[in-house]
Structure formats: structure tokens, C-alpha cells
Design a binder for this molecule. Structure first.
Ligand SMILES: [Fe+2]
Ligand SMILES: [Fe+2]
Length: 282
């Protein structure tokens, strides 16, 4: 657990990032939130580790060698789904903590740290919720292999806050908004209301995370007087090696104030993007 007695906020964040045990890391978030509320602690500028602490398992494999997520009546498909999402949530804890500690030399308002520690706290809660659900099904995080794509994306943008904001929340987390409702529907169709409810809670929080990403992306490009849409496009092309795949969950993205005017032009198929008259302003 982070000892906040003589530390800075960034030091306390780094301590949590260094924890290898996933459940211990997730539960340590409450200490970090307490450190954040301790007004005697300064932010400091302790840099985060290049690679956060991780458990020995799951073994990391290329994406094509990771078990396919299937929502099935039988448990193995749902275990694979829960395992994959739990692994994403653990990565998301590290991503949010890294965001809150890597860029301390940039002059940023205190709200920046408040927002990303809040995101990390949500991600830790998501991880614990899914771990508990895995346990209900007789499985645990680490039982199956997983891929390392999220952390690789974080690593690629570690020198550039604007690039990190362009990719982590506005490509990767936004993708979660697109795919989660279908997963929830399928889980309900096979009678797994508990997992469906957990994903419903996560979905609501993830809208907030995308909106936090959009808020700080907009703040950063505003500081540099850049054009937001073309800047985002060039960063996505440079740092994200994949397609933005429709269909998009336009309602959820709109709720996060992330307009189709930004992501629509990068879609692989224009026909599945919202029609122009439905596109709101950002
Ligand atoms: Fe999450
Ligand atoms: Fe998130």
C-alpha cells in the first residue's frame, strides 16, 4: 500500500503502478484517492515506470493467439469474454495512472489530475467487479492468455501527451462504447443478467472517461492553437495502427461530446456513420 507520509502524489501513483498483484493494485486505489485528498501533499514529478508491475499471468500472446470472446450459454465463452475485459480494465488502471504521472512537467490545471485519478479509480472498480464475476464462474484473471496491445499503444505515445489523449481515450476507450451494448444484449439473451449488469455499469462510466479524454485533448490543442479535427486525424494515423471500425455507438459518443465530425472521416466504411443531419456539434 502506498505510504503517503512523506510522499508526493506522483510518488504515490508510481507506487501503485509498481504493484504486480492485480487485486492488490486495484484495492490500493482507495489509498491513492486518500493521498489525493491530502492537501499537504504536493504533486511532485516522480516519473512512472516504463512498464507497470504486472502479475506473472496472464501470459501475453499476439492477439490472434488469444481465445475468442464468445457469449455462449456454456461458461467457457463467457469466461473468455470476462477474462479479456478484466485484462483491459487492469491495463486501463495503469493507463490512467500513467496519464496522471507521466506529464507532470507540462503545466496542467489540477483538474487534469483529479479527472485521471477518478478514471483510474473507476477502472480499478471495474476490474474488481469482473474478477468477482470470473470467480462466480470458477475462473480467475490469469487463467487464459491475453494480449499486450493496450500497453503497447500507451508506450508508443509516452513522449507526447496530445498523442496519448488522442489514442487512449478517443480511440481505445471509445471503441469500448461501440461494442459493449451488443455484448450486453447477448449476455441477456443467454440469461447472464449479472454480467450484463456489470457491463452496463462499466458502459456508463466509460462514457465519462471518453468525455474526460475529449476535454483534455481539447484543452491541449487549444493551448497550441491547433485545428482539433486535423490534429486528431494525423495523431491517429501516426500512433494507431488499425482502422476505426463502424458501426459506432453514436449516441454514447455524443453523450461523451465526441462528435462524428471528428471520427467519421476516418471510418473504414462511410455508410455506417451517422447521417450528416444527425451529427451534433462537438
Ligand atoms: Fe473500465
Ligand atoms: Fe475507461
Amino acid at each position: 500500500m502506498p505510504d503517503t507520509s512523506k510522499k508526493t502524489i506522483s510518488g504515490a501513483i508510481c507506487e501503485v503502478l509498481g504493484i504486480s498483484d492485480a487485486r492488490q493494485k486495484a484495492t490500493a486505489m482507495c489509498h491513492l484517492v486518500a493521498a489525493w485528498k491530502d492537501t499537504t501533499l504536493g504533486l511532485g514529478n516522480q516519473p512512472p515506470p516504463d512498464r507497470p508491475g504486472r502479475p506473472d499471468r496472464p501470459l501475453l500472446r499476439p492477439p490472434r493467439k488469444v481465445p475468442r470472446r464468445r457469449v455462449t450459454q456454456s461458461a467457457p465463452g463467457r469466461i473468455a469474454l470476462l477474462h479479456a475485459i478484466a485484462h483491459i480494465e487492469l491495463n486501463a488502471v495503469d493507463l490512467a495512472l500513467d496519464m496522471a504521472s507521466r506529464f507532470t512537467k507540462t503545466q496542467l490545471p489540477v483538474d487534469f489530475y483529479h479527472d485521471w485519478l477518478g478514471v483510474a479509480d473507476d477502472e480499478a472498480r471495474h476490474f474488481l467487479m469482473l474478477s468477482d464475476r470470473l470467480a462466480d464462474l470458477g475462473a480467475a484473471c490469469g487463467d487464459l492468455p491475453a494480449h499486450d496491445g493496450l500497453w503497447q499503444a500507451a508506450d508508443a505515445s509516452k513522449h507526447d501527451l496530445l498523442a496519448r489523449l488522442a489514442i487512449a481515450p478517443l480511440v481505445l476507450e471509445a471503441r469500448g462504447l461501440d461494442v459493449t451494448p451488443t455484448m450486453i444484449d447477448r449476455l441477456k439473451s443467454v440469461g447472464d443478467e449479472k454480467t450484463a449488469n456489470a457491463l452496463g455499469i462499466i458502459m456508463t462510466d466509460e462514457i465519462t472517461h471518453v468525455s474526460v479524454g475529449k476535454r483534455w485533448f481539447d484543452y491541449m490543442w487549444g493551448m497550441d492553437r491547433l485545428d482539433p479535427v486535423s490534429t486528431w486525424h494525423s495523431l491517429v494515423k501516426r500512433y494507431f495502427h488499425g482502422d476505426l471500425k463502424p458501426p459506432f455507438n453514436i449516441a454514447a459518443r455524443n453523450a461523451a461530446r465526441f462528435s462524428a465530425a471528428s471520427y467519421g472521416p476516418l471510418a473504414t466504411r462511410d455508410d455506417l456513420v451517422a447521417s450528416p443531419e444527425k451529427r451534433p456539434d462537438a
